[in-house]
Design a protein around this ligand. Structure first.
Ligand code: ATP
Ligand code: MG
Length: 250
């Protein structure tokens, strides 16, 4: 039996903001081609975990390895070059640039491609993300779904080994969520490993083969999505909050 090396390895990641523990000696592996979903209450530290993987934020302790390479101590742009692609919870397109230019910047600066290769790869990536028809529009004029697609396209343009998606389905209608799920499933089916943080649980269960719940800086549940969703701790922590939120809206 051969043992598969993880594509992403986290070891002993800890982080506190003042007295708030957002990561408590957190260790986990992501296997090549795996799709891991992460749920957890607001403020659990999910986005912070991505920032510590992408190098936007330094953990207090811990090691991040990508494909056997130790990234600890490397800065964000170096990690992008190494193969960490991430989207942001609040999309940050260059509003006045076109959709194509937005993706081109990431292929060039993030992906390290020369001019011609970057042009080709940016065009390919736009088509892959379903944005070909919007290439020449200003990013700031896009619909929410197209903005989400652009956020994914920018990360894909760096040709990542691992794609980190932070709440890309938030704010979309159900049919729009289905379109985004189709995109993310196809990217994963091509072999790209993903971690997807999302409150829209049905989007996750349609996509991921593993689900974890982050709370109190720990993965309080991690495994088969159907098992994790009925885990009593998860129901209390996460679904309890979702029910409360629905009641608040009523
Ligand atoms: N740079 C920072 N400085 C201080 N506190 C921070 C910082 N970033 C995040 N926090 C705090 O850390 C906690 C975790 O934040 P984080 O954004 O990681 O949560 P999250 O799990 O992504 O939540 P949500 O589901 O609402 O996006 C929150 O209490 C937040 O206010
Ligand atoms: Mg977040």
């Amino acid at each position: 039996m051969s043992v598969v090396d993880p594509i992403l390895r986290l070891r002993g990641i800890s982080k506190k903001f003042g007295e708030i523990v957002v990561a408590a000696d957190l260790s986990t592996d992501l296997l090549p081609g795996q799709a891991l979903g992460i749920v957890g209450p607001n403020g659990a530290g999910k986005s912070t975990l991505f920032s510590m993987i992408s190098g936007d934020l330094r953990p207090d302790t811990g090691v991040v390895e990508l494909d056997g390479v130790d990234l600890t101590g490397r800065r964000a742009h170096e990690r992008t070059r190494a193969g960490i692609g991430r989207t942001f919870q609040i999309p940050r397109p260059f509003e006045k640039m076109t959709v194509f230019e937005n993706v081109l910047v990431f292929a060039t600066v993030g992906g390290g491609l020369g001019r011609d290769a970057a042009f080709r790869f940016a065009a390919e990536t736009l088509d892959r993300a379903g944005l070909g028809a919007h290439a020449n529009e200003a990013a700031g004029a896009l619909s929410l779904l197209a903005r989400k697609r652009l956020e994914v396209a920018r990360a894909l343009a760096t040709d990542p080994k691992v794609l980190l998606l932070d709440e890309v389905a938030g704010g979309l209608t159900d049919p729009e969520v289905a379109e985004l799920v189709e995109l993310i499933r196809s990217v994963n089916a091509e072999g790209l490993a993903i971690i997807w943080i999302e409150h829209v649980v049905h989007a996750l269960t349609a996509t991921v083969d593993r689900l974890a719940c982050l709370a109190g800086g720990r993965m309080v549940a991690d495994g088969n999505p159907q098992d994790v969703l009925v885990d009593p701790i998860v129901r209390e922590l996460y679904l309890g909050q979702a029910v409360m939120a629905e009641e608040d809206l009523a």
